[in-house]
Design a protein around this ligand. Sequence first.
Ligand code: GDP
Ligand code: ADP
Length: 399
Amino acid sequence: MGEAPAFLVDDLQKDLTNGFHLKLKGHETAINTGDNKTYVIAGTEYESTPTIEVRIYDKNTDEWVIPIVLGIKPKSSKGHTSVLLDEGRILVIKGNSTSDDCFWFLEVNTAFVREQKKRFETDVVAWSRGVIGEAEIPIVISGPSGVGKGTLISKLMEEFPSMFGFSVSHTTRAPRSKEQNGVHYHFTERSAMEKDIKDGKFLEFASVHGNLYGTSIEAVEAVTDKGKRCILDIDVQGARSVRGSSLEAIFIFISPPSFEDLEKRLRARRTETEEQIQKRLKNARTEIEQGNSPGHFDCILVNDDLETCYKNLKKLLGLNEGADTTQKLLPELVEMHLEHRVSKIDQKILINCGNAEENSYRNMFLLDFSSIKGGAPGRTRGLNLLTVEPSINGYKMLS
Ligand SMILES: Nc1nc2c(ncn2[C@@H]2O[C@H](COP(=O)(O)OP(=O)(O)O)[C@@H](O)[C@H]2O)c(=O)[nH]1
Ligand SMILES: Nc1ncnc2c1ncn2[C@@H]1O[C@H](COP(=O)(O)OP(=O)(O)O)[C@@H](O)[C@H]1O
């Protein structure tokens, strides 16, 4: 999963012999990015855990840069191949793994800044998982406290458990009696959350009713990695930040039939003190105003009668009566053979698993990287993978 891009492990440097880590021999793949730099990517073991290491040889200076260990934990350190997708991206394929875990991207910066200490940040910009199958665009649901966002989301998740997943936010507020940590929220200390925000782990965050709330990149990935469509319950400020980010989403505002109804619901819920209710009601006026002003939301649903509102929400999401709701977003699991060869044909990567055992592994796959999109920005991508077989004219699609 795409965490912080990379970290340094200085003490690996002592294992280098002319830039080569002896344990890596035969387990590595190298790519020349055409700017006189060669990226050597290898599976290795660090403190008995298989991991991936990247070393860079710079022909301009005839130097090897100390290794970068990525926060990826593959099943095995063997069988990696790589291909240069375009100027700044390398696709790495991990052999001996399944399709939900075998593709990842290394984003490299070809505009190299010659500053020794900063080299890692400038050479390897980020790494990200390649997820097979199209990632459906997330749904952002906003609205004032007590309007019924949670109730509507719960109904959706109950009716379509394999289709939707909830993005579990972080918050500094105290849990309510029925709330579970990791299910409703990740209840967090302010200092820990502030640090994670600073480290770039959050997609968005906002201060709401006196507490900090935020969506971590990992929370969105946890849903999209399962092939589910992500639902975010976030406030209006958060929705605006997401709108301004590179995450494509559908924005829905839930509005109360009247302010009096909102107050009634909030009080009937019996989860807040009088002081907290007053704060929420005060903020609700601004939220309703912003929610109803043009340009912020794609759609406004009035939650008067719950069943009617729920029906309208389903209609909006294309879940009409008789819709095939059993459809799985996850494609069939593919097993990548340890030994495989890769080649690039236009926007497609041909992966040949050679004489892989019949019934155990399929032989040839075509990865269409023009399909990359979706997921958390810069992290999770939708990829199309097809099974192919050789034919006289080249290859033939099977699925
Ligand atoms: N920006 C942002 N807002 C959030 C997030 N999670 C929850 N919220 C919003 O924070 C507000 C308060 O949520 P909560 O304390 O659960 O109270 P409730 O809305 O009364 O149920 C609501 O408007 C939520 O939509 C988040 O990750 N980011
Ligand atoms: N359409 C509705 N009519 C009446 N009560 C509702 C309706 N929708 C939700 N409620 C109730 O209002 C309260 C607040 O709903 P909740 O889902 O917790 O709101 P939010 O998540 O937006 O803060 C809950 O007790 C819920 O059962």
